[in-house]
Design a protein around this ligand. Structure first.
Ligand code: NAP
Length: 234
């Protein structure tokens, strides 16, 4: 199995100052983004380590509200070894967390807020921030970024003002589609699981118009369980 040190090397960032939007997904070999409605069942041991490694490198982890509703998304924290790595690299112990929701159909007692290490940021429309933002005052900070669909460039400007240059987006598919369409994705980390699940599950990118968006293959890692870890770069 690749060690976490090998994964840190394989996924090393070109630099911390230059803003970077990195996506991380797991997919079955036949392209399914979920098994039983969630992503966890598709992954494996190396995939879980890689998730920690990518989170450790990030200033902020971003996730869409659909993923929060499907997966709960509590307990995002990186573990003690990765906290050590972050400290050694001059970073705060945990990456920040941002949740993207147009309609703000979330609840303040959701585990994503209750189990968060810090105070998550909710990125929503100006109208939803005005109408429902107050409900989250105790658990999160709410920022408006335009009307629906959100201005994701404005979201990255909000991040940059906080010094959050290294952005890890863990999906889901509609947020990925919106980021692709806006031309904001610099890197895609894709774990390909040796599973063919068929069924009705969607793909990792959804909701965006068809277009030939060409990326370069920047790295390939494999493990003994038959998983392939692909790194694509724009
Ligand atoms: N295999 C994997 O690696 C992986 C990773 C993540 C998720 N998933 C799976 O994907 C499924 C969820 O899919 P999904 O596409 O619904 O997830 P999603 O992209 O996390 O959530 C979509 C929601 O995010 C908000 N959103 C995204 N982009 C927006 C934009 N440009 N403007 C405004 N709002 C925006 C909206 O929230 P509101 O509806 O609140 O307005 C939208 O309904 C789950 O089953 C999850 O398990 C798999």
């Amino acid at each position: 199995m690749p060690t976490r040190h090998e994964l840190f090397d394989a996924y090393e960032l070109p630099g911390r100052a230059e803003p970077r939007m990195r996506m991380n997904f797991v997919s079955s070999a036949d392209g399914a983004v979920t098994l039983g409605g969630q992503s966890g069942a598709l992954g494996g041991a190396t995939d879980r380590t890689l998730m920690q490694v990518l989170r450790a490198m990030a200033d902020v982890v971003v996730v869409g509200a659909g993923t929060v509703r499907a997966e709960g998304y509590g307990g995002l924290q990186v573990d003690a070894d990765h906290v050590d790595w972050r400290r050694a690299h001059g970073l705060v112990d945990q990456p920040a967390l941002a949740v993207v929701s147009g309609g703000l159909h979330l609840e303040p007692d959701d585990s994503v807020f209750a189990e968060a290490a810090g105070r998550p940021l909710i990125v929503t429309t100006d109208a939803a921030a005005e109408a429902r933002g107050g409900l989250f005052a105790a658990v999160a900070e709410v920022v408006g970024c335009g009307a629906e669909p959100l201005d994701l460039t404005a979201m990255l400007e909000v991040f940059a003002r906080r010094g959050w240059n290294q952005v890890l987006c863990e999906g889901g598919p509609h947020l990925f589609g919106a980021l692709l369409e806006a031309g904001l994705v610099d890197e895609v980390c894709l774990t390909l699981a040796p599973r063919f699940v068929a069924g009705e599950a969607g793909r990792i990118a959804q909701g965006a118009a068809e277009s030939d968006r060409r990326f370069s293959l920047a790295g390939v890692v494999t493990d003994e369980d038959g998983f392939v870890f692909l790194r694509y770069s724009r």
